[in-house]
Design a protein around this ligand. Sequence first.
Ligand code: ADP
Ligand code: MG
Length: 838
Amino acid sequence: ETKTKEIKVEVKKSLLNHPTQHVEVKRDPKVQVARLKLPILGEEQRIMELVNENEFLIVAGETGSGKTTQIPQFLYEAGYTQHKMIAVTEPRRVATVAMAARVGYELGLTSKEVSYLMRFEGNVTKETKIKFMTDGVLLKEIQSDFLLSKYSVVIIDEAHERSVYTDILLGLLSRIVPLRRKRGNPLRLIIMSATLRIEDFTENTRLFKEPPPVIKIDSRQFPVTVHFNKHTYSDYLKEAYKKTVKIHTRLPEGGVLIFVTGQQEVKYLVRKLRTSFPYRKDVDYSKLITKKRPVSEADAALDSEPDDIESDDDEVEKEMKRAKKARRKAKLIAKSLPKINLDDYDMPDDDGQADLVDADDDSEGHLSDSDAEEDGLSAVIKSCRQPLWVLPLYSMLSSSKQSRVFAAPPPGARLCVVSTDVAETSLTIPAIKYVVDTGKKKMRVYDHVTGASAWRVVWTSQASAEQRAGRAGRVGAGHAYRLYSSAVFQHECVPHHPPDLCRRPVDDLVLTMRCMGIDKVVNFPFPTAPDRLQLKLAEKRLETLGILEKIEKVNSNKRRIQDDGEILKVTPLGKAVSAFPLLPRYGKMLALSHQFGLLPYTIALVSALTVQEVMSGKPDSWLATGNTLLLGDPGVLLRVVGAAEYAYVKGEEELFCAKYGLREKAIKEIRKLRKQLTSEINLSIAGVDVTVDPEMKPPDDNQARLLRQLVLSGLGDQVGRKIGLDEVKEGEDKRKFKYAYHCGELDEPVHLHGMSILRKTIPEWVVYQELYETGEDNKKMIMRNVTAIEPEWLPVYVPQMCNLGEPLSDPEPRYDEKSGRVKCHFKGTFGKAGWELP
Ligand code: ADP
Ligand code: MG
């Protein structure tokens, strides 16, 4: 047996013929010195042996151990770029640019040879040898060249981030690599990750039949003392500011790294800290600085509790005394202080970058400049003459500004970087001794009914908190200040956040993957697979909605064939739908409404449908009159949004909400969603330019009818038909069936919601947004947000569910102006239950 094994390995090795011609690199001696300090350098030989002999390799190492900057260089020197390129993917734009620049510099090559490429930006040339790119870009390349024939090695960096694209890439590459070997043209895949949850890759036999070898890089990590706050305050920015002031004024030299959640917060805190501890070009601070006395661990605790121990409030009193003393001193110094000139930092405060990625006005609405006098700190601030060299870091920051964090601060000034979570694992800032962690991050949160997403500020995971703390131990022992209590850490912070791909609604995921040309979403080798049944149901739903269609078995090698001999393909409608940042059914409403010029109405409608419990009671009758009555509950919502906006513009929103029993918070939420959706649609769809109309008038008759059809187009798989009283069995209470409907394949009746406006008319055919079951004792299925439809529309908008016979006379469906009905001239049935169409 041993013999066969050996032979097998040998065959494999020979198929994996690795380059033998090394490339000479002349590095700057300074670079070489810095490199030699990195723990990964001692592992070069072991890593290269594993790369040469394997197709898959996992490199797990602490952040800052040198994975991203060094491994591409090892490969370059070993000759992997002599015929093909090395690809390195990053989930973040910041890292893409910064790392390409760094590797190029260390190798003594230009940006022509070590280049980067991301959406809207890049510097790749014909001479490019190492190509850093965002993971989305490599996915796009796979669509046009499935075998990635330009590359000899693909490195998936930051795999622990588990971005949707990274996960899909890993699944695809697990199949591409063996295909390349079969063609005698091997491709190597290196997965690089912080030391987090490697088992998702190694223990997943669908992804890799045999677990790939793992190489762990031990890094030189100094001890970091973690301090928790005694209390958790909601204004974490204020806390971050206060803590930074204390560190700067009381603790020995060493850079400070502050984690906040978004660009706005970064800018705000940068401005505030710069104003407090200004830096001036024309002052020679190196003379001004007196050596601070060495500080004991107890002092370093500031007023946090070291780990779990409850400390008393003595600190506060001491603090006050100290502050008083300082204030007296400050009065004297204040007169001699120079005026602040923010230009001395040599960069405008606002860099004019679009707030694309982490924009979220609401969550950052608490930013205010009013609290300069915090708890006697102003005196301490004034008495401190050492400037703070404060730098921002976030993903949309221009690359030249990003790179400033790697340079030493001016003599005498202390480095302070205010960053979003990009500094958690993607970028390692040198010389950080203190970490201030707000414990918060921004996460995309999806509404599971509509798929609308919003950035929410949430607690980081425990794993993230550890990563953040670790940043303080790169150059020596450090301190991490968590601005929340240890109870929060234990009870509010989850160990890990689930991967993005598993938090996304499945319909959306299925469509996205289909658009990438991935046929078998259900069988796809995800690193962490979403629920299979959910994927199957999503496929079926998308087919019903005309977003995917079954096409006949084709015998070309390009398309793999599904088990039942058919494959699902994205329809032209589906392509349009996929551009909208919503679940496909709502995307379909939007795509079609664009054709009718009703996009603004539909955006308002979908926004309103995303927010729960807008009304606290039955809607006022004026909200559902005339043409919007049949549009039903969505119609009421549309009127509410229009009227509430009108009141808002006049400054009477609160009054308006109170008068009509509307939940004010819900109205605000809808407004925010409407704005967000409008701008996202403008950004993502070429040729679309919609605005939010503050005085949205009620739709006219024709528009109201079209809106009903649009609602049907998106909810066509959720049709209900009134149960006739003649259908009620002998002995059953007929009153119970007053608002009862048949619905799809369900045996039991479903009922109009108690607050549904359609209880007035009880139309025969309806569509609904959502079904839910009421409480324990009186179980009942309820339809929420119901719209009346005409059965004649079904063959037009939901043809997939109609069985139509031969055309009766005129085969063209005709629109009758007078009745507003489409006459379809077919005899047929609808759905599995075979409801007869008139
Ligand atoms: P890993 O990928 O393992 O997290 P990196 O390769 O990103 O580690 O970083 C290795 C070292 O290189 C770190 O100490 C980091 O500070 C340093 N480094 C990275 N980019 C730059 C740069 N532009 N200027 C100076 N040092 C840098
Ligand atoms: Mg890295």
